[in-house]
Structure formats: C-alpha cells, structure tokens
Design a protein around this ligand. Sequence first.
Ligand SMILES: Nc1ncnc2c1ncn2[C@@H]1O[C@H](COP(=O)(O)OP(=O)(O)OP(=O)(O)O)[C@@H](O)[C@H]1O
Ligand SMILES: [Mg+2]
Length: 321
Amino acid sequence: MRIGIFGASTDLQGQSLAREAKALGVDSVIIESDALDQGLPLSFDDGSIFYRRQCMDDLRGFFLRFIPLPHVPTLQRDDEIVLYDDWYVNYMQSRERASVFLSWLLKLQHQGAMLVNPPHAASVLQFKPFQLHALRSSGARVPRTLISNDPERVRAFHAEVKDVIYKPVMGGAITQRLGEEALASLDAITRSPVTFQECVPGDDLRVMLVGDEIVSSVAIVTPEQHLDFRADPAYKSGEATYREVKLPAAVEEQCRKAARLCGLHFAGIDIKHQGDQYVFLELNSSPMYYDVEYKLGHAITAALARYIIEGARRAEASEKR
Ligand SMILES: Nc1ncnc2c1ncn2[C@@H]1O[C@H](COP(=O)(O)OP(=O)(O)OP(=O)(O)O)[C@@H](O)[C@H]1O
Ligand SMILES: [Mg+2]
C-alpha cells in the first residue's frame, strides 16, 4: 500500500509523516504542490492519473499539507511590490494549475478516498466566518464578532464592546487592537471586509485533534505578553515553550463536534482560556505541529499516519465489496 502527501519534499512535517508511514509498512508519494510550475509531468488519461509518469490509481489515503491556489506573480522592487510584465499569462496559468489539482482532489473524494483534510478545507483554504458559525452551532463559546466593510457599524461595535481587535477574514496577518489610528482609517475597509472581535483575555491554547482523538493540548508560553503570540520575538525565532493542559471533558467534546461540523479530520484548534472560560477562535486545517511534537514528545505525526492508513484501508475494502 502507498499513501500520497500533497506538499513539498522539503517540508519537515511531510517528511516525518512519510517516515511514520514507512514504519507501519506503507510507502509515500510526495506530490509537489508546485509540480506543474516545475513542469513535472502530470496527466489525467481518461479515468487514470499519472504523476511523474507513475500511475496513482492505487492511492486511497492522502495528507494535504499544501495545495496550489491561483496567485498573482509579484516581486519586491525597492519598497514596492510590483507585478511581473507577463503577470496576466502567469495568473491565468496558475488558475489552470489550481483547477487541475482541485479536480484531482474532488475526484479522490468522489471515489471515497481518505483525504486529510478534504479539499473544501485543505491546506490554507479556510473559511473563518463559516468556522465561527460551526463553532457557535456546536455550542462552543466564540468572541463577539463583527465581520463587515461598513465603517459606521464598526464604530457602533467599538462603542459597545470597547476593547476590540481586528484581523483579516482569511488570516495571515498579526491580530491588532482597534485603537484611535485604526478607527480613523476605517474607510479603507469598504472594499474588503475585516473581522472585528471583542478582545478575549487569557492563555493561548492549541489543541490538536486527529479523528476523534485529542493528541495534544498545550498553552503557548512566550516570555512577554502579546495580543497575538506570533508577534513575540521568542515565538518567531522558534524559542516558544509549551505547557501541557488538561482540558475539561466538555471542552474536548466541543473540539470534536466543531471539527466534525467543519468537515475536518485533522485540526489545530485555537482557544483563549481563563479560569473556567474557554473561548474558541478558529480551527486550522493544516496546522504547524512539528515544534510541539519535537519539544513535548506528543505523537501527532504517528496518530496522523495511523489515521490516514486506516482510512485508506477502509476505502480499499469498501471498493472491493
Ligand atoms: N478575539 C481575540 N481576542 C484576543 N486575542 C485574539 C483574538 N483573536 C485573535 N487573537 C490572538 O491572535 C492570534 C491569531 O488569531 P486567530 O487564531 O483567530 O487567526 P489567525 O491565526 O490570524 O489565522 P491564520 O493562522 O490563518 O493566520 C490568536 O491565537 C490570539 O493570540
Ligand atoms: Mg490561529
């Protein structure tokens, strides 16, 4: 048996997953997310798929670490980000490439393969406003939230909630406090909604879930207090430490329920914790977990490997029936 890892052969998490799978007697094929950018051969020949001229039809279990998305090619010139002269052709080609990969994944899903995680939530594709809905409907507590492009509504939210943070709808930037300066430049949001939330105090917890199993739950410890722990120089330089946390059974159950509602087999769940309050922020579908595994010895990769292989075996067995 073989499993597939959509990612990059240079990625440590993918490499260690391949090692764990090998220890369980299963080989891995790493499918480079930039395979088509590199010109590696990929063919859909009627119903069969060939990657680097090898037939992939036997693979029934996959880890989706990175998948290609359409992107605009840019470069940094002095202090400015500028487009390549041939940006239009490049952008259109990146859409074609992303469409081929997504279709491959949808085909696998249609065939009943185990995809960790499924394409709608794979890699960096995350729909945080939907996640907040899923979290709320699972009974989990979430921060008071306004997602809006309407400056007037944001000012009213701020007047009511007072201590407010803002962050991008899709993530990818450090969370900031909504202070005087940001309030004065709210007109900038009209063409791109932003997430505004009540600022929730407490420790930052990261819970890793594989299937129904909570494989790790820790508080992230940084030397200084920051609104977003990722802004801490110690965290950025890889010196963060982690403290093991025992979650109440009800919070563990909310984690499982929220992941199920979001369609995630594997999730890195961010929670703010103070006293008996657990406030859910988001579920990461392709979380970085290697640092926790390395520093605390939590066997996240092994759990992932087992889960994908068992899922692949079930998929194979149901095809034979
Ligand atoms: N409402 C909030 N109150 C207090 N702190 C928050 C709040 N929202 C975010 N933060 C801080 O910012 C960090 C990042 O926010 P969050 O996890 O919601 O999204 P994100 O990590 O920015 O998304 P991505 O991982 O996709 O970049 C949190 O871990 C927490 O430390
Ligand atoms: Mg986060």
